[in-house]
Design a protein around this ligand. Structure first.
Ligand code: FES
Length: 154
C-alpha cells in the first residue's frame, strides 16, 4: 500500500499521460527508486494504483532488465551478450567479471557492492563490447576497464 506522499509523487507522473495506465514504466521506475527493486507487493500496489491486472505489471517487470526483482549490487554490471558484443568478446568480459568477483550472472557479491547480469542488445553496438554500469554506458570493454571499474567502486 502506497503512502499518501508516494501517491502524490505517482500522481505527478501519471498526470502527464492521457491514460493513467500508459505511465506504467515511469511509475515502476519511481517505485524502484525507493528500495532498488520491485517486490511482489509493489507489483500489486502498482496494479491497484493504475487499475490494471497484476499479471500485466509482473510481465513488464520480468521483461525489462532495468527493473529488478532482486536487489542489485551498488554497482550493477549489465553486460550485453548480443551479436555485435558477442563477436567482440562479451563472453570473455563476462568470464573475467565472474572470475574477479566470484559471481555468476544473476548474482550479487556477499558485500552487496557488485552484481552481474548478461543482457540483450542495449542499442550501443558501435562501442561493443559494452555494458551498462548503473545508469552509464561503458564501451570498448577490456580487462583493464573492468579492473578500473571494480577498483573504483570497491
Ligand atoms: S549487440 Fe551489444 S549493444 Fe548491441
Amino acid at each position: 500500500m502506497f503512502t499518501t506522499d508516494e501517491i502524490q509523487k505517482l500522481d505527478k507522473i501519471t498526470h502527464k499521460y492521457d491514460r493513467k495506465q500508459a505511465a506504467l514504466l515511469p511509475v515502476l521506475h519511481c517505485v524502484q527508486e525507493k528500495d532498488g527493486l520491485i517486490t511482489p507487493q509493489a507489483e500489486k500496489d502498482v496494479a491497484e494504483y493504475l487499475g490494471i491486472p497484476v499479471v500485466h505489471v509482473h510481465e513488464v517487470v520480468c521483461f525489462y532488465h532495468l527493473l529488478h526483482q532482486k536487489k542489485p549490487g551498488k554497482c550493477h554490471f549489465s553486460v550485453c551478450q548480443t551479436t555485435a558484443c558477442a563477436l567482440r568478446g562479451a563472453e570473455d568480459i563476462i568470464g573475467y567479471i565472474r572470475q574477479k568477483l566470484n559471481i555468476s550472472p544473476g548474482e550479487t557479491t556477499p558485500d552487496g557492492k557488485f552484481s552481474l547480469e548478461a543482457v540483450e542488445c542495449l542499442g550501443a553496438c558501435e562501442i561493443a563490447p559494452m555494458m551498462q554500469c548503473n545508469n552509464e554506458y561503458k564501451g570498448f570493454l577490456d580487462k583493464k576497464t573492468i579492473d578500473a571499474l571494480i577498483e573504483g567502486n570497491s
